[in-house]
Design a protein around this ligand. Structure first.
Ligand code: ATP
Length: 202
């Protein structure tokens, strides 16, 4: 699976619809300071479900929407679409049948995010699920930002473990376990409540 296109519109400095085509396995984005190189990486992280504005170098999530400039008015919505080439079928399971996989996120000024998978509305979880265990993801090791190497060198063993678990493909199952444990806890609470009600009726 290879990231083949990034489509940006209304996102940070990319007010006009812009498409980056990655035609080979090695692509470099170069340009002067402030031209939007880091914004492109923020965009990739954002589509994959990043929910912390701070990790996208903003104060609130609406800061990802183009906020106007001396010559342009601000816009009401931002959207990013990532297109992955899956012709090698490396993203298996139910996605193996698709030679191209598109994930898209939109946000409007009311702060509401919408996610789309191959054009159909989906949950954030559906997107994060696809990438868990692949090394890609909003905070995964596939995105090495400034300062990350020194953070890795200084990391405590339990922080390093998170990266190793992602590389080993374990994080997906740990996440499933966490969700299941939450569901069990909620079901237990409901059962307790039911028992209370039953005792009151008896
Ligand atoms: P450097 O080489 O200095 O790291 P860069 O190419 O990585 O720069 P970015 O950090 O991607 O640059 O882009 C910064 C630019 O994006 C700034 O000019 C900033 O004003 C603009 N920008 C960021 N958020 C928004 C927004 N919401 N609306 C409009 N412009 C924005």
């Amino acid at each position: 699976m290879r990231l083949s296109k990034i489509k940006l519109a209304g996102f940070k400095s990319f007010v006009d619809p812009t498409t980056f085509e990655m035609r080979s396995n090695l692509t470099a984005i170069v340009g002067p300071n402030g031209c939007g190189k880091s914004n492109t990486i923020d965009a990739v992280r954002w589509v994959m479900g990043e929910s912390s504005a701070k990790h996208l170098r903003g104060a609130s999530m609406e800061d990802v929407i183009f906020n106007g400039s001396s010559s342009r008015k601000k816009v009401g919505q931002a959207s990013i679409e990532l297109v992955f080439d899956n012709s090698d079928g490396s993203l298996g399971g139910e996605y193996a049948q698709y030679s191209e996989i598109s994930t898209k996120r939109q946000i409007s000024r009311d702060g509401q995010s919408k996610y789309f998978l191959n054009g159909s509305r989906c949950r954030r979880r559906d997107i994060t699920d696809i990438f868990l265990g692949t090394g890609l993801g909003p905070r995964s090791y596939a995105i090495i930002e400034q300062g990350m190497i020194s953070r890795l060198i200084d990391a405590k063993p339990e922080e390093l473990r998170v990266y190793i678990e992602e590389a080993a493909g374990i994080s997906k199952y740990k996440e499933r376990r966490r969700e299941t444990e939450n569901r069990i806890r909620a079901t237990r609470d409901n059962l307790d409540r039911l028992t209370d009600l039953q005792e009151e009726i008896d």
